[in-house]
Every structure is written in structure tokens, then in C-alpha cells.
Ligand binder design. Structure first.
Ligand SMILES: Nc1ncnc2c1ncn2[C@@H]1O[C@H](COP(=O)(O)OP(=O)(O)O)[C@@H](O)[C@H]1O
Ligand SMILES: [Mg+2]
Length: 125
């Protein structure tokens, strides 16, 4: 079994396992915990309602928002130090998402690469 990696987002802790990302609300304050629950609920709902190809697939989400299991990206981007060429591609991707009425939070860290496709990995706000 590969090792588990931990990432922190704005409101959720993310455990990266083989093939999946497991998102749990952060417990550092009551407010961040509630925002994490809402983010999980929104991703679950958006995925169920839209199943849009530019959204990373939600494989499981509980009805309380305690946990979302999402397909794991092959690569994610950092908000800083992205080369100019990649920035152009990522900004173009954000523009396409906005055009498709997807909820975009324009941080590069919210985009993942799946093979040769880009998808939103954080659409919980
Ligand atoms: N599906 C995914 N595949 C790979 N990494 C992910 C995935 N979802 C989240 N991550 C990693 O976890 C970080 C935080 O997740 P995110 O969904 O943005 O949480 P938050 O909503 O709290 O900001 C991301 O910036 C990314 O590095
Ligand atoms: Mg995020």
C-alpha cells in the first residue's frame, strides 16, 4: 500500500490515498468546521446534479457533509511559482468553467490534471 499524503485547504483536510482524495472538514474552529461541511455538501450536490466533465468526480459523499471521496488528480498546481505558459492554460480553464456556470474559486491549487485533462478539484464554495 502506498503512503498517505495530507494536504490542507481553506476549510478541509485532504488525505490522498491511492486513486482517491478524502476530504474532511477542518476542526481548528467551529466556523471552519461548518464551512468544511458546507463545502463537502456543495461538492456532493454539484456532482450529483451536473456530472460535468470539468468537475472531478465525487465517488462518495455522506448527507451530513462529514466526508467526500473524490477521484484523485495525477498532478495538482501550486498557487505560486506556476510558469507563465501554464498560468495562461489554467486561466483559460477557469474562463471555460465560468462560461459553463461552474463555481470557480480562482486559485490554481483548485485545479487538477487527470491524464491530459484538467478538472476542478475544489468546487465547494
Ligand atoms: N481530487 C484531488 N486530487 C488530488 N489532490 C487534491 C484533490 N482534492 C484536493 N486535493 C489537494 O488538497 C488541497 C485542498 O483541497 P481543497 O478541495 O481545495 O480544500 P478546500 O476546499 O479546503 O480549499 C488541494 O489544494 C490539493 O492540493
Ligand atoms: Mg481549495
Amino acid at each position: 500500500m502506498g503512503k498517505i499524503e495530507l494536504r490542507k485547504g481553506a476549510t478541509r483536510c485532504v488525505f490522498l490515498l491511492r486513486g482517491v482524495a478524502v476530504k474532511i472538514p477542518m476542526f481548528c474552529s467551529w466556523e471552519s468546521f461548518l464551512n468544511g461541511l458546507l463545502a463537502n455538501l456543495q461538492e456532493r450536490k454539484f456532482w450529483r446534479e451536473m456530472k460535468h466533465p470539468m468537475l472531478a468526480r465525487v465517488l462518495y459523499g455522506d448527507p451530513m457533509g462529514l466526508c467526500v471521496v473524490m477521484e484523485r488528480a495525477d498532478e495538482t498546481f501550486s498557487d505560486i511559482g506556476v510558469p507563465a505558459n501554464d498560468r495562461r492554460v489554467l486561466n483559460f480553464f477557469f474562463a471555460r468553467c465560468a462560461k459553463a456556470c461552474l463555481p470557480v474559486d480562482r486559485h490554481f491549487s483548485n485545479i487538477g490534471r487527470f491524464g491530459n485533462k484538467l478538472k476542478l478539484i475544489d468546487y465547494g464554495d
